[in-house]
Write a protein that binds this ligand. Structure first.
Ligand code: GDP
Ligand code: MG
Length: 306
């Protein structure tokens, strides 16, 4: 699992690694708390979550009489880990056809993440996967998805650029059912969170899939660009309203020091993070594991048994 540690190295080196160093052998004083708070905010943990963690830690210090800041280190890691629930497995088993709708703003990494996810589900989970090109706005978007489909060796159902995304989703759902596919992943256009019509269209896509397969979509995965940190958190609530988001994929954590945003997805949005994007290649989508995430943010050395 070297990719986990490597992919999170920017966040680790800039912030959490410095917090770890800071919690050396000195006495805990006001400066200690201020430094921790500053570094957490810089790592995009978010204000609410930062304050919550610091309050809890201060209460622990008062209760246990810790005086040395290196004793704080373990308590700090545990406090952060406690913010992260173990995400439930994706709800994509136990029925003939499961449908995953993928939403998020333009450029967040939806199409790339869909290719990586299809690759994982096909090769690791041995599932029969199909993809629907529901982003019909630009010809390039359809072609990009088709190219990934060829590389992953998964069929992509597409229509002409400019055509109704609802119709593509309908066709794809019917095709997946008829041809015995187990998982259909639907790509969508980058819905701007303040654009009412686009949000309504997303609701419609959701309804169309539900007409063919009762209960669909079974998962609505919101793709958030890790490099935008707290801004991505603000976008998320709009998508939650329009499409009933069930979980999150955080992308591009390899190219940012804002990995702290993952804590506020759990704590502020109350959503599970299922996968992290740690690069542009097909293998660069890792399953989110709370303990491993926290370890990778703090420690250069791999001390886990993964
Ligand atoms: N470094 C890095 N780049 C990524 C990751 N995920 C996506 N990208 C890049 O982000 C850009 C936009 O991705 P795309 O999937 O087209 O976004 P979409 O508009 O939401 O479909 C592309 O250049 C991707 O290669 C990631 O985890 N790490
Ligand atoms: Mg796209």
């Amino acid at each position: 699992m070297g990719i986990f540690r490597r992919g999170l190295s920017k966040t680790r080196q800039s912030f959490f690694g410095r917090i770890a160093q800071l919690l050396g052998n000195s006495e805990i004083d006001d400066d200690t708390w201020e430094d921790i708070e500053t570094l957490m905010i810089q790592a995009d943990v978010g204000f609410n979550t930062t304050v919550r963690v610091i309050d809890q830690l201060q209460a622990q210090v008062r209760a246990s009489g810790l005086t040395k800041s290196d004793q704080l280190r373990q308590a700090f890691k545990e406090e952060l880990a406690s913010l992260l629930d173990f995400p439930p497995a994706l709800d994509i088993s136990g029925r003939e056809l499961s449908i995953i709708l993928v939403v998020g703003v333009n450029g967040s990494g939806k199409t790339t993440s869909i290719a990586k996810l299809a690759h994982r589900l096909k090769n690791l989970s041995r599932r029969r996967v199909m993809i629907a090109a529901g982003d019909t706005f630009r010809a390039a978007a359809i072609e990009q998805l088709q190219t990934w489909g060829e590389r992953v060796d998964v069929p992509v159902i597409a229509n002409r650029p400019g055509s109704d995304p609802g119709a593509v989703v309908y066709d794809a759902t019917v095709a997946a059912k008829a041809r015995g596919y187990e998982i259909l992943i639907i790509d969508t256009a980058g819905r701007l969170q303040n654009n009412f019509n686009l949000m309504r269209e997303l609701t419609k896509i959701s309804e169309v899939s539900g007409k063919v397969v009762p209960g669909a979509p079974h998962e609505v995965l919101l793709v958030l660009d890790g490099t935008t940190g707290q801004n991505a958190i603000e976008q998320a609530s709009r998508f939650q309203e329009a499409s009933g988001v069930t979980g999150v994929i955080v992308t591009k954590l390899d190219s940012t020091a804002k990995g702290g945003m993952v804590f506020s997805i759990f704590n502020d949005l109350k959503l599970p993070v299922h996968y992290l994007g740690l690069g542009e290649g097909l293998e660069d989508l890792v399953l989110f594991t709370p303990e491993f995430f926290v370890d990778s943010l703090f420690d250069d050395q791999d001390t886990s048994q993964f």
